[in-house]
Design a binder for this molecule. Structure first.
Ligand code: HEM
Length: 489
């Protein structure tokens, strides 16, 4: 008994000694870890040989970047590329960053997805679109989501069946563009077209109060995705958080009330039930389903809407393009029976329309880059991209390289014919394993939009000088006001 008590007392003393030691050792270990980490980073920076600067502590070059990315000419990346060459380092949004702006490195980065690089979107994307959104996902969860999207909503036979509905949604808006002298704000209109189509494809949701409310909440949400994640009622991010809450509430209500559950959301949750480890909480599957829907509504609509609005602007500024486009669509109709609708296969044959889409995306695309992280040290020529860096393959530099695209600042869809059929490098829909799964759907929507635009309207007058701002996304300062002249039928 006495010896047991003695042992216990000795043990307690030992615990106390260890406890006192902890008080000292934990901060020391932390300090040593931080020092070691800083030393490793410095070593990596030195050995990388990358030109460029990190700017100020913590904030890096973020402020200069935000200020200088709005302009079409001589933006942050252009200026740095001129000074340092096509591969340079910086520090943005608290991360060590490498920009790549030459074709070969850009190609290499997108091609090595999942091996040397992995998709790594800013935290604000995960916070606002949900941690299981496609862009932020990696590994098995990403592969499952992508397989699911490709084999369900992006299945060509299904999309072919839905073309008539998609066309009706385009026509519904374009028919409201009267030529009684009223001003039409194209940006608002194309957002509605693209949102209605995406909500129909993803949720089977028809235009109405629910879809209108959801759509309106997407814009503060999107603004927040490129802001500093400071959640206060008056910050851009704070407003985005509120918008997300409303979107989720409305989606939940809609999903609760839908009569059929055999749909994109329902079948995804069922798939997760089969594929996630047994015992995974039901709440997790529900959350993953909601994140799929919220991210598809984002990825599918603002991108396509922006392409539509810029196409209206560029075609409006180029009468020769309008004439050639109309010729293509008149020829298409001449091959069809009266009343026969434009279908999926027609859209594939409309070469000039597709060249307009490509050229519009080359000039003005929401995705000027994609976000990657290096998984290992990567040797590029004489430099090394150190492991763990944010890596931005800057598509816009390739699309504006005069050696690839002569006279790059001119909208010229004829350039693709003139290139003698040789394929010009194009990253409008990304590339590699993450190539946009909605690419064919987006092209089909845009073809139908262009078809009815040139068949219904003789011309349109661009009112006011819209200024294009390029950061965080290309936007027109006045939402592209136009006045249309209908065609006489
Ligand atoms: C003009 C229209 C569009 C453009 C310019 C566009 C552009 C892109 C780009 C550049 C990526 C690659 C992102 C990356 O590699 O990190 C991407 C991915 C994606 N897009 Fe699109 N997109 C468009 C339309 C659509 C549509 C209509 C949908 C679906 C309704 C869609 C759904 C997605 C999804 C789910 C991803 C993630 C793919 C993955 O990570 O594997 N997009 N898009």
């Amino acid at each position: 008994m006495a010896s047991t008590l003695g042992n216990t007392l000795r043990m307690e003393k030992l615990d106390l000694a260890i406890g006192a030691g902890h008080g000292m050792t934990i901060p020391l270990i932390l300090l040593a870890t931080v020092a070691w980490w800083i030393w490793l980073r410095k070593k990596a920076h030195r050995e990388s040989g990358l030109p460029g600067t990190f700017g100020l502590p913590f904030i890096g070059e973020t402020l200069t970047y935000v200020a200088k990315m709005k302009t079409p000419l001589a933006n942050f990346v252009d200026l740095k590329t001129q000074k340092y060459g096509p591969l340079f380092k910086s520090s943005l949004f608290f991360r060590e960053t490498v920009f790549a702006s030459d074709l070969e490195t850009v190609k290499m980065i997108v091609a090595k997805e999942g091996r040397s690089f992995v998709s790594d979107y800013p935290t604000s994307f995960a916070l606002l679109l949900g941690r299981f959104n496609g862009l932020n996902l990696q590994g098995e969860n990403w592969k499952r989501l992508r397989r699911y999207v490709m084999s369900t909503i992006m299945r060509v036979d299904l999309l072919k069946e839905r073309m008539a509905d998609i066309e009706d949604l385009v026509v519904k808006t374009l028919d409201s563009w009267t030529d009684d002298g009223r001003t039409i704000y194209v940006e608002d209109e194309t957002k509605t077209i693209a949102f209605n189509i995406t909500a129909f494809i993803v949720l089977n949701l028809r235009p109405g109060k629910v879809s209108h409310t959801l759509q309106q909440d997407y814009y503060p949400l999107i603004e927040g995705m490129f802001s500093l994640p400071i959640n206060l009622p008056w910050t851009i991010y704070g407003k985005a958080v509120k918008a997300r809450e409303r979107i989720l509430k409305n989606l939940e209500e809609f999903l609760e009330s839908r009569p059929v559950t055999d749909d994109v959301f329902g079948n995804y949750v069922k798939l997760l039930e089969e594929e996630l480890p047994p015992g995974s909480p039901a709440g997790l599957k529900h959350e993953m389903g909601l994140d799929l829907i919220t991210s598809l509504l984002f990825a599918g609509h603002d991108t396509t809407a922006a392409t539509m609005v810029f196409a209206v602007k560029y075609i409006g500024e180029n009468p020769n393009v309008l004439a050639e486009l109309r010729k293509e669509h008149e020829e298409l109709l001449s091959r069809k029976k009266p009343g026969e609708r434009v279908n999926w296969d027609d859209c594939k044959t409309l070469t000039f329309s597709n060249n307009i889409i490509t050229e519009t995306l080359r000039m003005c695309n929401i995705s000027t880059t994609v976000f990657r992280k290096s998984l290992e040290d990567i040797h590029v020529g004489e430099y090394v991209i150190p492991k763990g860096y944010q890596v931005l393959p800057y598509f816009r530099s390739v699309h504006f390289n005069p050696e690839i695209y002569p006279d790059p600042y001119t909208f010229n869809p004829f350039r693709y014919q003139e290139s003698g059929g040789s394929k010009l490098p194009f990253f409008g829909f990304g590339g590699g394993a993450r190539l946009c799964p909605g690419m064919d759907l987006a092209r089909a929507e845009l073809c139908l939009f262009l078809h009815h635009l040139v068949m219904k309207f003789e011309s349109w007058e661009l009112l006011g000088n819209d200024v294009v701002s390029f950061f965080p996304f290309p936007r027109l300062s006045k939402r592209l006001p136009i006045r249309v002249k209908r065609r006489k039928v």
